[in-house]
Design a protein around this ligand. Structure first.
Ligand code: GTQ
Length: 375
């Protein structure tokens, strides 16, 4: 057996650990280890890197590669057997946890007409982004919502939720996004199956959108005290219209083009406590500049085609492809079309970064330097 060596972590700089291995020190480290301890200077530079070092890898999952096998799951398992019939996305760098990137989970769920998955709730916050099919629905705490392509739906932590497809619908596929890895890292993850397996529909169908999605209006006298958005479904048509209108009156961001955040209409803040989401539009021919942020991002192309450079790697994407940007990795996006726009949906853990005072953003300067961006 080879003896452990700590020399690899040494740094020649005042203020950083720089202790060479000697036989006497190595014997001491061994004794400490037997006592369930260790010498901090052997690992200090590793556990306190100069800046975030993500173990996640930039990756893309192309829909054309996945779709057939997602549909295959329909033949192999029922929602009753599986609980949720989902093909999850596995980041190559995160074999230790089921994560698409960082502390975020993502999967593709498939359901056939007439099917309904049982109701449950958990500490993880969840969202859906509808990819294809008609007749899909989700019931969140008694608020049933009908879902179409590019609609974005919340199932905040602690809410009962179940999904299904109407008898007269078609096979539906949607992307699930959850913070399961974060909940497990925090060791705070609880899970419950609904005692009746299905919950009642307690409100008019789509009442949350009818109540809270009025353009610039909020219902007088309606109180909302919960820590997540009362608007549970954000439909595609008004989202795209908002981006298109905004694009006419702004230059947008050099790093993100026309970027709009889905917000809690009650607070103006993110939709849920731990997960935020955005839609961005890249105008024909637009190419953004590179920046990096603390926080992990899962993107899905909702419209058009283009490419991104993530930590120096080039990824071509088109509608329904999903790709990830790990924390603190430079990324830039481009619309590959000169005549039509491209839209990228994304969800991320920026609410966590901001709530904990950890948010940072930096631009890659013309000369390769790094410039902090205040936001
Ligand atoms: O629908 O609540 O893809 O709990 C993974 C875990 C979906 C869900 C997933 C879940 C769900």
């Amino acid at each position: 057996m080879t003896e452990p060596s700590y020399d690899q972590y040494r740094e020649e700089m005042i203020g950083r650990a720089n202790v060479a291995d000697t036989p006497e020190r190595l014997a001491y480290y061994k004794r400490l280890s037997a006592l369930g301890t260790g010498a901090l200077w052997t690992v200090a530079n590793k556990i306190e890197p100069w800046e975030p070092v993500s173990t996640s890898t930039p990756m893309i999952w192309r829909y054309r590669d996945l779709r057939e096998d997602v549909l295959k799951a329909l033949e192999l398992v029922t929602p009753e057997q599986a609980g949720r019939r989902v093909v999850y996305l596995e980041n190559k760098g995160r074999a230790d946890v089921v994560a698409a990137v960082g502390w975020l989970y993502s999967g593709l769920q498939v359901m056939a007409p007439g099917e309904c998955a049982s109701s449950h709730r958990h500490s993880a916050s969840a969202l859906r982004f509808i990819m294809e099919g008609s007749g899909a629905f989700t019931n969140v705490d008694g608020h049933k919502m009908m879902l179409g392509a590019n609609d974005f739906v919340l199932t905040p932590n602690g809410t009962w939720h179940e999904h299904g497809v109407a008898e007269d619908g078609t096979i539906c596929i949607w992307q699930d996004g959850l913070d399961i890895p974060l909940m497990n890292a925090l060791e705070a993850n609880f899970y419950e199956v609904h005692p009746d397996l299905q919950q009642a529909i307690s409100y008019a169908v789509d009442d949350s959108t009818a109540t809270w999605a009025g353009a610039g209006l909020r219902p007088a006298g309606v109180k909302w005290a919960k820590p997540y958005s009362p608007l549970l479904k954000y439909e595609w048509a008004p989202t795209y219209e908002a981006l298109s209108r905004y694009a006419k009156v702004t230059d947008g961001s050099p790093y993100d083009g026309i970027l709009m955040d889905y917000v809690n209409p009650n607070t103006g803040g993110p939709v849920m406590q731990t997960i935020g989401a955005s839609m961005q539009l890249l105008r024909p021919g637009e190419r953004t500049k590179a920046h990096r942020q603390t926080g992990s991002f899962v993107y899905q192309c909702a419209k058009g085609k283009g490419w991104s450079i993530i930590n120096g790697q080039h990824f071509d994407w088109q509608e329904r492809d999903i790709f990830v940007v790990p924390a603190w990795m430079y990324h830039e996006h481009a619309n590959a079309s000169d005549s039509s726009d491209a839209c990228l949906f994304s969800f991320h853990d920026l609410p966590v970064m901001r709530a904990l005072g950890l948010y940072r953003e930096e631009a890659l300067g013309e000369n390769g330097g790094h410039q902090p961006i205040m936001s």
